[in-house]
Design a protein around this ligand. Structure first.
Ligand SMILES: [Zn+2]
Length: 567
C-alpha cells in the first residue's frame, strides 16, 4: 500500500512539475539566451507553442542539437516555420527548430535529394535512412524563413507520444526572468441576454495601475453588475534583457476567496490551439491588440488548460445585491507573481434599460452543424465545432460594385471567430463560361481590404471555404503574375550562381514557381515576405555556354507567366 501511494505521487509529480527530471537539454544556441517570445503567448489564431530565441539581430548563428537523437522530420515551406527540423530523442521528447537559414551539409544533401525527386521546393518528410545527431552537434544555421518577422530561432519541445508542445521554460534553460507580469486592465463581459455592466449590455474594460507585482483599479468601486457575467485580465510578461511582450504561465481568479477560474500553460495541443480565439477577448485583440485572458470558458472552448478547481466554467451570477472582492494572481514560468485586488457590486434589480432583443436571420447552435440559405443565391454550412457559443446570425445583401460578378453578401461579421471552415456556395448563372476558371471569392474586411479565396464550380454554383465571417462576393483574376529579374539575365552560370526574381500577383496569389535549365527542373526557393524567388544552380552542372533557363510562375487560378533566358 505504502509503495503504491508513493508510486502514485511520483507519477503525479512527473506530469505536473517534473518534466525537467527526465530530460537535460542543452541550449540550442551557443550565445546568451534572450527571448522575443515565450510559450503560450497569445498570437493571432494560435498560442505560441515554443520559445523564440533572439539571434543578436542576424541570421547564421550555429544551431545545436539540444540532445542526442535522430532527425524525425524535415519540413521546408515558404510559410509557417520556414526551414524546420525535428529531432526525436531517446528521452521521450522531440525538439523542433524553426525559421532556419540552412541545414548542416549532411541534412542539406538529404533535403536536396528529396526536392529534386519531388521537383518541389516545399517538402515535408521523414528521412528514409537514419540521420543520427549527438547532443550539442551543429545541425543548422539560424535564419528568418517562413512566417518570421525578424531573425530568431523558434525552439519547441514536444512529447513524442502525442506531439503535445510543452513549456520549454520548465526544462531549466539558462534564461533569466525576475520580472513579474504587468497587469494593464480588467474586463467584465455580459454572459446573458439581460446582463448589465454599469447599466449597459456590453463588455467594459477598467484601467489598472501599479508596479512591482502590486496592482489596483484606477478608481475602485466603479463596477456594478446585474445578471450573469465573466471577467478577463489584460496582462503581459517581460523577461530580463529586452522589452519583448511575452505570455503568462498561470492565471488565477478568486472572488470572495473562492476560485472561479484557474488556468496554467504546461502544455498545449495543436488540435485545439485555434480555441485561443475563444480564450482571448477576440474583438479587442483584433481592434487594439489587447491581450485579455478570459477567466470564463465558452461552451465550445475545448482547451485543456483549466485546473479542476475552476467553478461553473468561470461564469458568475449573483442574484442578490452585495460587494464582492476580486483577487487576481498572474504568474510567469519562473514563478514571478503579480496580483490585482479590487471589488465590484452586484445588483438585485437592473440599473438601466434591459437590452431590446435585436432581430437576426438565423439561430446557430454551437454544438451542431448549422446552415443558412438565401433564396436560390447563397447557401452556407457551418460545421459542428466551428462556433464557440450560440450565434444569432445576421445576413445582408448589397448590389454589386462594377467589377464584381455577384451581389456582395454579409455573413455576420468578422468579430465573431470561427474554429473551422464554413462552406459558402454562391449561384451566379450569368458569369460567362470563359472566365469561370478564373473566378475567386473576394472576402472584405471591415476596413474594406479584400483577400481572395479559390473555389470550385458545380453547374452555376461556386463553392469556397472560409475560416472567418465577413462580406463575400465573386470576382475574377485574369491577370498573370508579374516576374521581374533582380539579378542579371545573361552571362555565364556555374554551381554557385543564384538568380533572383521579384514575383507578385494581384488577386489569387502565387500558386506555383518552377525553373528549368536546359529542360531539367532546377530548385527555386520562394520567399513570400520579400516577394522573391531564387533559382539555385548548385548541383545542376550548367554548360560553359548555350544554356537555356525557363522560369514559370503561375497564380492560384492558372494564369501563367513564363520567360526564357539565354546564358
Ligand atoms: Zn516562434
Amino acid at each position: 500500500m505504502r509503495n503504491s501511494i508513493l508510486f502514485f505521487f511520483t507519477i503525479l509529480s512527473i506530469s505536473a512539475f517534473g518534466q525537467e527530471d527526465s530530460a537535460n537539454f542543452a541550449a540550442p544556441l551557443d550565445i546568451p539566451l534572450y527571448l522575443s517570445g515565450n510559450f503560450a503567448e497569445i498570437r493571432r489564431n494560435h498560442f505560441h507553442t515554443g520559445i523564440d530565441i533572439k539571434t543578436q539581430g542576424v541570421e547564421g548563428k550555429r544551431v545545436l542539437a539540444a540532445e542526442k537523437g535522430k532527425v524525425s522530420r524535415i519540413n521546408v515551406s515558404p510559410y509557417g516555420y520556414g526551414l524546420a527540423l525535428y529531432i526525436e530523442h531517446p528521452n521521450g521528447y522531440t525538439t523542433v527548430y524553426g525559421h532556419l537559414l540552412e541545414y548542416n551539409d549532411e541534412i542539406k544533401q538529404v533535403v536536396r535529394q528529396k526536392q529534386y525527386e519531388e521537383e518541389s521546393f516545399r517538402v515535408d518528410f521523414s528521412p528514409d535512412e537514419d540521420i543520427v545527431v549527438e547532443k550539442g552537434e551543429f545541425i543548422a544555421l539560424s535564419g528568418n524563413t517562413g512566417g518570421s518577422g525578424g531573425p530568431h530561432l523558434h525552439f519547441e519541445i514536444r512529447r513524442t507520444s502525442d506531439e503535445h508542445p510543452l513549456n520549454p521554460l520548465k526544462f531549466g534553460f539558462d534564461i533569466k526572468d525576475d520580472i513579474p507580469p504587468r497587469i494593464r486592465g480588467v474586463r467584465f463581459h455580459p454572459l446573458s441576454d439581460t446582463t448589465l455592466i454599469n447599466g449597459e449590455h456590453e463588455s467594459k474594460s477598467f484601467v489598472v495601475h501599479g508596479s512591482s507585482g502590486k496592482y489596483r483599479l484606477k478608481s475602485d468601486g466603479q463596477i456594478a453588475v446585474y445578471g450573469a457575467f465573466g471577467i478577463s485580465i489584460h496582462a503581459l510578461d517581460f523577461l530580463n534583457g529586452y522589452p519583448n511582450k511575452c505570455g503568462l504561465y498561470e492565471v488565477h481568479l478568486r472572488v470572495n476567496e473562492e476560485t472561479i477560474c484557474r488556468q496554467r500553460f504546461d502544455e498545449l495541443d495543436f488540435s485545439t490551439s485555434r480555441n485561443i480565439n475563444a480564450y482571448k477577448a477576440y474583438d479587442v485583440y483584433r481592434t487594439n491588440n489587447w491581450h485579455y485572458h478570459k477567466s470564463f470558458i465558452e461552451p465550445g472552448n475545448e482547451l485543456e488548460i483549466y485546473l479542476p478547481e475552476t467553478k461553473d466554467r468561470g461564469i458568475m451570477h449573483f442574484a442578490e445585491a452585495g460587494t464582492h472582492n476580486v483577487n487576481y494572481v498572474v504568474k510567469d514560468a519562473y514563478e514571478n507573481i503579480s496580483t490585482l485586488n479590487f471589488s465590484f457590486e452586484t445588483l438585485a434589480e437592473p440599473n438601466g434599460a434591459l437590452p431590446e432583443a435585436k432581430p437576426y436571420d438565423a439561430y446557430f447552435k454551437y454544438d451542431q452543424e448549422n446552415s443558412f440559405t438565401y433564396s436560390e443565391e447563397l447557401a452556407v454550412i457551418v460545421p459542428e465545432g466551428a462556433l464557440y457559443q450560440d450565434l444569432k446570425l445576421n445576413f445582408g445583401r448589397e448590389m454589386p460594385k462594377s467589377d464584381l460578378l455577384s451581389a456582395r453578401y454579409s455573413l455576420h461579421h468578422e468579430m465573431v471567430p470561427l474554429d473551422d471552415y464554413m462552406e459558402v456556395s454562391i449561384t451566379a448563372d450569368d458569369v460567362p463560361q470563359n472566365i469561370r476558371k478564373h473566378v475567386l471569392a473576394a472576402q472584405y474586411s471591415t476596413a474594406g481590404y479584400a483577400s481572395y479565396i479559390t473555389g470550385s464550380w458545380e453547374g452555376d454554383q461556386f463553392t469556397f471555404k472560409s475560416k472567418s465571417f465577413g462580406k463575400f462576393a465573386l470576382a475574377a483574376d485574369s491577370v498573370a503574375p508579374e516576374l521581374t529579374p533582380l539579378t542579371r539575365t545573361s552571362g555565364s552560370l556555374n554551381d554557385n550562381t543564384v538568380l533572383r526574381f521579384r514575383v507578385s500577383d494581384d488577386r489569387s496569389g502565387i500558386g506555383s514557381y518552377n525553373a528549368y535549365l536546359n529542360g531539367k527542373w532546377v530548385l527555386t526557393a520562394y520567399e513570400p515576405k520579400a516577394k522573391t524567388i531564387s533559382v539555385i544552380f548548385e548541383g545542376t552542372n550548367p554548360l560553359p555556354s548555350g544554356n537555356e533557363l525557363r522560369v514559370e510562375v503561375e497564380d492560384a487560378v492558372g494564369n501563367k507567366t513564363d520567360r526564357v533566358y539565354a546564358f
